[in-house]
Design a protein. Sequence first.
Lengths: 398, 360, 188
Amino acid sequence: MVNKHDVKKRMRQLAAEYIHEPQQEAYKLDDTEMMLHIGPQNPIQPGPFLIDLKISGETVRDSKLYMGYGHKGIEKILESMTYIQGLPVTDRICYLASLSNNEAYVSSVERLLDIEPPERSQYIRVIMQELSRIQSHLLGTGEYATDLGFVTMFLFMIREREYVLGLIEDITGARITHCFPRFGGVREDLPDGWREKAIDVLSMINEKCEMYKELFSSDRTYRMRTVDIGTLTKEDVIKAGLTGPALRATGIDYDVRKVYPTLTYPDIDFKVQTAKKGDIFNRVMVRINEIQESCWIIEQALDQMKPGPLFPDELPYGRRTPSMRVPPGEAYVPVEDPRGEMAMYIVSDGTDKPYRVKIRGPAFALMQGLPPMLENVYIADVPAIAASMDSCNSEVDR
Amino acid sequence: MLEEQMDILLGILYTILGNDYWWGPWIRGVIGLCAMGGIMVAAMFAVWLERKYASDIQSRIGPNRVGGKYGLLQLIADAIKLFTKEDIKPDKVDGPVWAGAPILMFGSALLMIIAIPFGAFIFNGVTYPLAVTQFDISILYLEAVSAIGIIGIFMAGWGSNNKFSVIAAFRNIARMIGYEVALGLTIVSVVIVTGSLNIVDIVEAQGSVIWFAFVMPLGFVIFGVSLIADMGRVPFDQNEAEEELIAGWGTEYSGMRFGLAYFAEYIHMVLGSCIAVLIFLGGWNMPGFLVDLHIPLIGLLPAGIFLAKWVLVMMFVIMIRWALPRIRIDQVTSIGWKVLFPLAMVNLVWAAMIGLVWPW
Amino acid sequence: MDELTVLDSLKSQFPDAVADALIDSQPPHIVCANVDKGKIVDVCSYLKDNLQFNRLSGITSVDFPEDGKFEVVYLIASYDHSVIVKLKAEVPRDDNPSIDTVIPVWWNANWYEREVYEFMGIYFDGHPEMTVLVLSDDMMGEWPLRKDYQEFPQTTAKYPYSDDQESIVEEKYPLEWKSWPTERHYLE
């Protein structure tokens, strides 16, 4: 049992040390202004971050973003683990898109090892990437809908996401952190009967996406909240260095799958989804269009796949060797995450552990570009804009 | 034969409830308390209906464990949970203001009970409305008392000593000022047509001709929108918007204080739907041909009709909540003042013209 | 825009500032070059203005304690073509390593440079706001990603809270309530 008086004494000590807000330079306020801290435990997005808003009435005059509440030191951890031990760690950089993180890591190490996975593994990896993209977009758009008060859309999208997660679980065995690709191939092949099940699920998701697009476009109150709000022009987006759906909604068609094609993306025919105006409404539409495009990509990949080996014949060190030594060099391979361009810059010095791993995540640029977007905006628009950018706090903090 | 027995029964009722003996007013007080209890049960039903209907819209199953397969006693379990929570009073709140706010909200909702007739029994062509009292200015009284709840929410927002609550309180006042005007104007237009402020007269006026919803459809639509704004439900629930304001005015409340306020909101929804049914949708009026059929105990049917209409109105209100997103506060006030207020004035003129030709 | 064009124009424009320029043999064919520390802003503005490299992908740093240097790596890409350029600038590993900031060229270099500063200690001259980004406020000055950072538990499992070892962590963040009173004192 803790003594109540000890607790009170400690609280008084802490209160005496705390620098009162108006004395800090950043917090000088007018008479009409108020400082609102949407604090680390915030309902806006998954993951803790602090956003300070200086408001006057209901308009935001200034905003400041504080990150770092979820810092895990992944880059330092990866320096003390072997390459194969580091693979589950990269899962947890952004848990919603863990297959893309794995893919970036494994592709970079494969460049260093100078091996290339055979064709069947490449097709399986493409299928997993697209499935991960579908489920991440469904969850991101659903969470954005709750931030507007539109709870029913969230529950609809979660319902579809369960089917997709069931498909992923059939192959990888996990719903959220998969750790599926391996250096030179993938861990397991597609199970029997998966292909027919996948085609059913994907056609259902295609229909439901048509319904979502219609629900979003025809709802008058939804359009009042999202059209022409949080607009980004092409110059803003290029200045902020964004990638992903937030960039494509302004009309620039830049997709890592077309610009730096890896795996078997050149053989698959798909369109890059863009929109004309970079407001919230169009960003969400781009994401839903991307879900439909991913369904089409998976169907093509399933058609084009042929039976074959999963690993190349001459692997330098076998599939599961923990003490695999990687030749010295540097590698950087960009991969299309659901949020943008994801890459890992790996420096190796010839031993069995990496020398330096730098994780270049897409959410970093999205978070950096958020405070300039929040000028002269109502308080009620702040969660809508922040959620429509669909960034992931654990990827920024690593 | 049946009519004589009804006369004897009515005589007994008048003796018990009348002022002839000393126990009359006390028994009427007890009946008032029972009415209060009945309203609580109705609010419980409203909560259950909302949870089940919402889960139906969202393609899931709602509460299905407590109280049988349909989860009918779920609210009792929630109330027990709220009662047994620790009562946390933050250090810096403004004591009486903070503590008095849920009481004020609950009280204003309960004050509305005494003037609303929840259906009626019709025997021998005489209507006995099931209201605790009837008085001549009942509709004016109802609107006035429902506005006291706003003061309660503002007290909650101000007394909590919390920036989020204060913003919520400001938004609330802005919303209510705009929509009370439109609400009042539509009620005034109904009163103009009827010629009396007594709510029983309004229902009977509809019984003689046709429902007011068909007479002034514009007024009905305005009344519907203003009622949903008055109740503080989505799309007008900016004062408790979770994403920006972390539960708005209710941020510092926990346990039964929060339970009181939450319950008060549902009671307000119940009573608001009752008023909508009474004023615009014909109240308890039966179609005329049923009276002529002389079915025994047909006099009890109007109460059932009232109940059915009330459930339909509540289901409509719940459906609106779960189907639409929330709109921003500046859009709320602009709709209230720029759209609803001029239309309510137009409706007033229309009602004045109708009132000239309305058959008394 | 080809990798060879970029390589040739870089070599011809900055013959002494840029050294060891080559192209990776594997896709994506990255143009790598070592840049002199003082000329980094000139090279970057040249890349942005003349060769349309309008996207900064990232700024990182690598620590080489044996060679006595830090390497600051700039990964530069473009929205208009598909060439990636990797520039490496050497910063000597002394008491105040510093380099010029490239914020005038690309606006989004802001957070990348803050992160490099808080992890490695390389100061960027001209940066408007050098504070912690991802670490906590009291960890500024510890440069966690350097190779000689002591307070990181090694994976060959030395558990830092054993009884016979003096732990660095306990010194810095002492536990205050070491003894829990067994009774409540109601009358005090």
